[in-house]
Design a protein around this ligand. Structure first.
Ligand code: PLP
Length: 378
C-alpha cells in the first residue's frame, strides 16, 4: 500500500477538478484575447473564474491577478513593490519560503534595497516586538512580507494583528498564503493585507497556476511585459484550463471546509497520539502540536533515532511506500538541510532526524497506523 503524507509539497487533484480541466481542454481552445467567438468563450471562462475566486475570499474580481503559482506571485509582489511603489526596505523572517527569501536577495542586488529579518523564537514564533522595533527604526518606505502558514512547521500567523501593526507604521503588508488559501477562510475586504500569494496545487488544484491578490488602486504595474492580459500586470496567454481547474478546486475546498477540516484534523491528532505513545521523547518542531496556533494539515517531528541510523530513515519509509518530506520539496536537493529547522531547532532535535508529514482528505487513520508500524520496525 502506498501512502502519501506529503500534501504540503503538493496535493492530488480532485476528480471533479480533472473533469472540468479536461472539458475546457477539449472544448475551449480559443485564445482569450481573440475577439471572435472562440476567444470570447475562453475569456468568459477566465472572467467567471476570477469573479468566483474573488467571492470565495471576499475580494473584488479586479483584485485577483492570475499567475503561474506561489513563486511567481511572491516575486511579482516583492519586485513590483520596489519598482512601482518606491519601497526601499523589505522586512521578512528567516523562516519564509525561498520564493520570498531569494527574491529579497535578488532585489537587494538589482535595486540596492535594504532587507531586515524579524527575530523568531525556538518555536518559530515571529517576535512582534522586534517587528515593531524594525518598523520604527527607519522612515524608508517598507514592505513587510510574512507568511500565513509556515510550510515546514505549520505555524499560523495572525494576519489581523501583523497587518494592523504594519499599517500603523505606514508599511505595506504582503502575506504568502500558499499553505493557507483553501484551508482557512479569508475576508480580504476587512483583513489589513495589501497583497497575498496563492497556488492551486496546495488545495487539490492543478500545478502551474495561482493568483496574487493585489488591493485595488495599489499602483502596481506590469511584472511580466508583453500583451495586455491581466489588466497589463501579467502578460502572456492565460492558462484557461488551469484557471478553471483552480476555481473548481477552491470552490470545492470552501464548500466542504468544515467537514474536511475535521477529517484531516482527526488524522493529525491520531498521528500525534500514536507517535507520542511509541516515541515518548518525540519533539514537535514549531507549534505543530498546538491546535490553536498551527494548521491542521501538517506535523513536523524530530524522532529519537541515532544519527548513524537516521541516514537510512528516508530510504526505509520510501521502501515501505510512505511518502513524506524532510523540509520543503523545493530544497530536497540541497545539502544544508532545512533553513527553517536550522533557524529554530534545539541541540537535541538537531541530533535527531526531523520529518514532515502533511495530510489531506484522502488520508486515513489506518494509514497513520501503518506509518507508526513502519517507524517501529526501523
Ligand atoms: C509557503 C509557500 N510559498 C511558496 C511556494 C511556492 O509555490 P509554487 O510551487 O506554486 O511556486 C510554496 C510551495 O511549496 C510554499 O509552500
Amino acid at each position: 500500500m502506498n501512502i502519501y503524507f506529503d500534501n504540503a509539497a503538493t496535493t492530488p487533484l480532485r476528480t471533479e477538478v480533472i473533469s472540468s480541466i479536461s472539458e475546457v481542454m477539449q472544448e475551449c481552445f480559443g485564445n482569450p484575447s481573440s475577439t471572435h467567438a472562440f476567444g470570447r468563450t475562453a475569456k468568459t471562462h477566465i472572467e467567471t473564474a476570477r469573479k468566483e475566486i474573488a467571492k470565495q475570499i471576499n475580494a473584488a474580481p479586479q483584485e485577483i491577478i492570475f499567475t503561474s503559482g506561489g513563486t511567481e506571485s511572491d516575486n511579482m509582489i516583492l519586485h513590483c513593490a520596489v519598482k512601482d511603489l518606491g519601497v526601499k526596505r523589505i522586512i521578512s523572517s528567516p523562516i519564509e519560503h525561498h520564493a520570498v527569501l531569494h527574491a529579497m536577495e535578488a532585489l537587494e542586488q538589482l535595486f540596492g534595497i535594504s532587507t531586515a529579518y524579524v527575530k523568531t523564537d525556538d518555536k518559530g514564533v515571529v517576535d512582534l516586538g522586534d517587528l515593531e522595533a524594525l518598523l520604527k527604526s527607519s522612515k524608508e518606505k517598507t514592505l513587510v512580507s510574512l507568511m500565513h502558514v509556515n510550510n515546514e512547521i505549520g505555524n499560523v500567523l495572525d494576519l489581523e494583528v501583523v497587518g494592523e501593526l504594519c499599517h500603523q507604521y505606514g508599511s505595506y503588508f504582503h502575506t504568502d498564503a500558499v499553505q493557507g488559501i483553501g484551508h482557512f477562510t479569508f475576508d480580504m475586504e476587512t483583513l489589513p493585507v495589501d497583497f497575498l500569494s496563492a497556488a492551486a496545487h496546495k488545495f487539490h488544484g492543478p500545478k502551474g497556476i495561482g493568483f496574487s491578490f493585489v488591493r485595488k488602486n495599489s499602483g502596481l504595474q506590469s511584472f511580466i511585459h508583453g500583451g495586455a492580459q491581466e489588466r497589463g500586470l501579467r502578460a502572456g496567454t492565460e492558462s484557461v484550463h488551469n484557471i478553471v481547474g483552480m476555481n473548481k478546486a477552491l470552490k470545492l475546498a470552501y464548500e466542504n471546509l468544515e467537514v474536511e477540516r475535521q477529517k484531516v484534523l482527526d488524522v493529525k491528532n491520531h498521528f500525534i497520539d500514536q507517535i507520542t505513545t511509541v516515541f515518548p521523547e518525540v519533539q514537535f518542531n514549531g507549534l505543530c502540536d498546538d491546535p490553536n496556533k498551527s494548521t491542521y494539515t501538517l506535523v513536523n517531528v524530530a524522532l529519537p533515532i541515532p544519527k548513524e541510523k537516521a541516514l537510512m530513515l528516508d530510504f526505509h519509509l520510501d521502501l515501505n511506500g510512505i511518502a513524506c518530506s524532510k523540509g520543503s520539496a523545493c530544497q530536497s536537493g540541497s545539502q544544508s538541510g532545512s533553513h527553517v529547522l536550522n533557524t529554530i531547532r534545539s541541540q537535541k532535535s538537531e541530533d535527531w532526524p526531523s520529518l514532515r508529514f502533511s495530510f489531506s482528505i484522502l488520508n486515513s487513520k489506518n494509514e497513520v497506523d501503518r506509518l507508526i508500524q513502519v517507524l517501529k520496525d526501523f
